[in-house]
Design a binder for this molecule. Structure first.
Ligand code: 6GU
Length: 235
């Protein structure tokens, strides 16, 4: 998979050389390039923002560097998927990560300031499939941290990135439930014992207990994930 990132703070992404994703890059499974948006400016100050038409607080990212960057990164690629992280976007989920992990070429466009000139999104849709994606209902200062989260979630689903594929299916959200609790040695630590069933050697009982724990955790912590979360219709 090819991933290009456009940002005015490319060094945010230095962490992506570490760990599993770093290995995936070294092995060639993941072709990840981070580019400085200012490389597509042509003025002495490498300007990427300007004041908003209509007035208002803050600055807006100018369309021209985005247009040139998207032209270059999109060239020679059959309609890439272009993701703009935005708190005004659709919510990014595990199911969406799974779908995006099947794409050939992703481009992440990290906005800063009060946002990107709206025409950039329209123009980008002539080059690829445009998706505005949010991590959730809170506000970050820019798209960089959100992009890193999405690249990590997507990247670990690319075949070969996570060594043991079984470790993928037992995780929170993969089966729509939160993960069951895990324990390791010692069996008693600071007067707290590991649940007996996990020491029983009874694999059926262990599987049943883990499933019950998943359901109980999901019901108490994230009832919105369960199918019957809807209010009964009063009519
Ligand atoms: Cl994707 N971007 C920004 N700036 N803030 C966010 C977000 C994205 N998701 C949640 N908050």
């Amino acid at each position: 998979m090819r991933i290009d990132v456009l940002s005015i703070f490319p060094s945010y992404f230095d962490g992506l050389t570490l760990s599993l994703l770093g290995k995936a890059r070294d092995s060639g499974i993941l072709d990840l390039t981070v580019r400085d948006l200012r490389d597509w400016t042509h003025d002495r100050h490498r300007t990427v923002d300007d004041t908003p038409y209509g007035g208002g607080a803050g600055m807006v990212m100018k369309p021209e560097p985005w247009g040139l960057a998207l032209d270059e990164l999109g060239a020679g690629s059959e309609r890439p998927t272009i993701i703009f992280p935005s708190p005004a976007g659709e919510v990014f989920t595990q199911a969406k990560a799974r779908d995006l992990a099947t794409r050939e070429h992703l481009i992440f466009g990290c906005g800063r300031y009060e946002g990107i000139d709206e025409r950039v999104f329209e123009y980008a849709s002539t080059i690829g499939e445009v998706r505005l994606m949010s991590l959730g209902d809170y506000v970050l200062n820019g798209g960089e941290v959100a992009t890193m989260a999405m690249i990590e979630a997507i990247g670990r689903l690319i075949p070969g990135v996570v060594g043991n594929p079984e470790s993928l299916v037992e995780e929170s959200h993969e089966d729509g439930l939160l993960e069951y609790p895990s324990y390791t040695k010692p069996s008693v630590w600071r007067e707290r014992a590991v649940p007996d069933v996990l020491l029983s050697g009874n694999h059926g009982a262990i599987a049943t207990w883990r499933r019950e724990q998943q359901i109980h955790r999901t019901r108490t912590r994230r009832p919105d994930l369960l199918p019957d979360d809807s209010e009964p219709n009063p009519v």
